[in-house]
Design a binder for this molecule. Structure first.
Ligand code: 5MM
Length: 338
């Protein structure tokens, strides 16, 4: 097995998943605004230090996705974050896209940028300790969208990014996020997600990306957040599994879901139900941002005296999601103190 394949498998090791802590500067500012904390470079560093130094997180966390600023930062006592994580057996990862921008000629749709100079940035990130990468495409459901153009340009970019990662020694995480925003039904989400994934795997095949060293980070199949008819946990799990079986090749080692704005406990319950139902050829794991961070962010509230409480809240969510990796998450685990 190659080093890339071994790292891909380590990312989806049983009982573990990913902490997505790669919020760009505008996104982390939004998160800090919600707790009335100022988004200064040192506050961002202190917040990430709180997460990364949480003792015992390595039992449930296999990898952490960092932002460009964060991969260059250190703990207060001078340990670089990538070295801190690697020392705990957690793989450092890096977001390498430069964001979703308006797609010319396609009202309401976006294309993710960041391919220019990517080969050199990958080499630099690898030197800084990164062992995997992430690129997120954003697909919006609406009247007449997503267009074929939007899907084509986004999956083409995802495949170009993935091929460069493989060449540069990083496991590519490909994230085509079909947004929850809107009034669409779960059936419409199913249809768009399947269409997106089929095109993504066509593009990866066309660009000769080895799937055995690649990880997929998809949305779950859900009704839009403004749809009156929300599906129950079992339906979401069944529809998501059916959609993935239709479109995702079996040779992929694993699938790590994004939470996409779902309440944190619900994101855990959905993952748990999928693993309880089982039957897929891949590991089914998590790469949650908000669903792992909402509770610790609130507990931290920008204050050093709250670090221990925030770490406790983070470990609790990590433990719950660790249990969801094998379908053993229960309301007792949820209620138990961390
Ligand atoms: C952590 O947030 C990531 C993106 O940030 P930007 O929008 O600032 O680039 C995001 O890609 C994240 O990794 C995934 O969406 C998963 O996070 P959620 O909150 O959806 O689980």
């Amino acid at each position: 097995m190659s080093e890339l394949e071994a790292n891909a498998r380590a990312i989806v090791a049983p009982g573990k998943g990913i902490l997505a802590a790669d919020e760009s500067t505008p996104t982390i500012k939004k998160r800090f605004d919600s707790i009335q904390a100022e988004s200064t470079e040192d506050n961002r560093r202190a917040y990430r230090e709180m997460l990364f130094t949480a003792k015992g997180a390595e039992e449930f966390i296999s990898g952490v996705i960092l932002f460009d600023e964060t991969i260059r930062q250190s703990t207060a006592d001078g340990t670089p974050f990538p070295a801190l994580l690697a020392g705990k057996g957690i793989l450092p990862g890096i977001k390498v896209d430069t964001g979703a921008k308006a797609l010319a000629g396609a009202e309401g749709e976006k294309v993710t940028e960041g391919l220019d100079g990517l080969r050199d940035r990958i080499a630099e990130y690898h030197g800084l300790g990164a062992r995997f990468a992430k690129w997120r495409a954003v697909i919006t459901i609406g009247d007449g969208i997503p267009s074929d153009t939007c899907l084509d340009v986004n999956v083409h970019a995802l495949a170009r990014y993935a091929a460069l990662c493989i060449e540069g020694g990083l496991v590519p995480i490909v994230e085509p996020e079909v947004l929850m925003d809107g009034r669409h039904t779960i059936d419409r989400c199913f249809e768009v997600t399947e269409r997106t994934l089929r095109r993504l795997f066509d593009a990866l095949y066309a660009q000769q990306v080895p799937l055995t060293a690649t990880i997929l980070k998809p949305n779950m199949v859900l009704a839009g957040s403004e749809c009156r008819q929300q599906a129950d946990v079992q339906t979401v799990a069944e529809q998501t599994l059916r959609c993935l079986r239709n479109a995702v090749p079996a040779e992929l080692p694993g699938i790590v879901f994004l939470s996409g704005g779902q309440p944190d406990e619900l994101a855990t319950a959905h993952l748990n139900e999928m693993n309880r139902l089982g039957g897929g050829p891949w590991e089914l794991s998590f790469s949650y941002g908000r669903a792992l961070q909402a509770a610790p962010l609130k507990a931290w509230a920008g204050k050093a005296e709250n670090v221990a409480a925030a770490q406790k809240a983070y470990l609790h969510r990590a433990r719950c999601n660790g249990a969801a990796r094998n379908g053993s998450y229960t309301s007792e685990i949820e209620r138990a103190a961390a």
